[in-house]
Design a protein around this ligand. Structure first.
Ligand code: DQA
Length: 137
């Protein structure tokens, strides 16, 4: 089984960025934890602050991977283009968020992409990614 994780803007700063909201662990060490939790799965990781690069990655993996776990960061709330890309591909996408977006500002309550996703997991810290991968199993 092949799963692609895609992280969007500012998520390269996990561990340093607003630790009260996003925690103090960086994503790379957490990725090692994920890989050890799911040794049977081939987990690939991509992060970009650039919307078009995220779309290119969706196109690249979206016809032969088994699942995509995507945290599009703030683009979640704004991007018609990412929403269209998710609708265009075959691989199911699970939208994840580290924070509980519903307990935050109202502009975070709407997701442009949720309707094209298989499901949404929000508010479990980095564990949101583990829960998303489990749901693909
Ligand atoms: C986030 C929530 C978004 O609203 C925010 O813009 C992010 C991170 C999360 O993982 O909690 O960058 O997607």
């Amino acid at each position: 089984m092949k799963i692609q994780i895609i992280n969007g803007p500012n998520l390269n700063l996990l561990g340093k960025r607003e630790p009260g909201i996003y925690g103090s662990e960086g994503f790379e060490p957490y990725l090692e934890t994920l890989k050890s939790l799911f040794p049977e799965i081939e987990i690939s990781y991509f992060q970009s602050n650039v919307e078009g690069e995220m779309i290119n990655k969706l196109h690249e993996v979206g016809f032969d991977y088994d699942g995509i776990v995507m945290n599009a960061g703030a683009y979640t709330h704004t991007s018609v283009a990412l929403c269209d890309a998710i609708a265009a591909i075959k691989t199911p996408v699970i939208e994840v968020h580290i924070s509980n977006v519903y307990s935050r500002e109202s502009f975070r309550h709407h997701s442009m992409m949720a309707k094209s996703c298989k499901g949404v997991i929000t508010g479990f810290g980095l564990k949101s990614y583990e829960l998303a991968i489990r749901s693909f199993l």
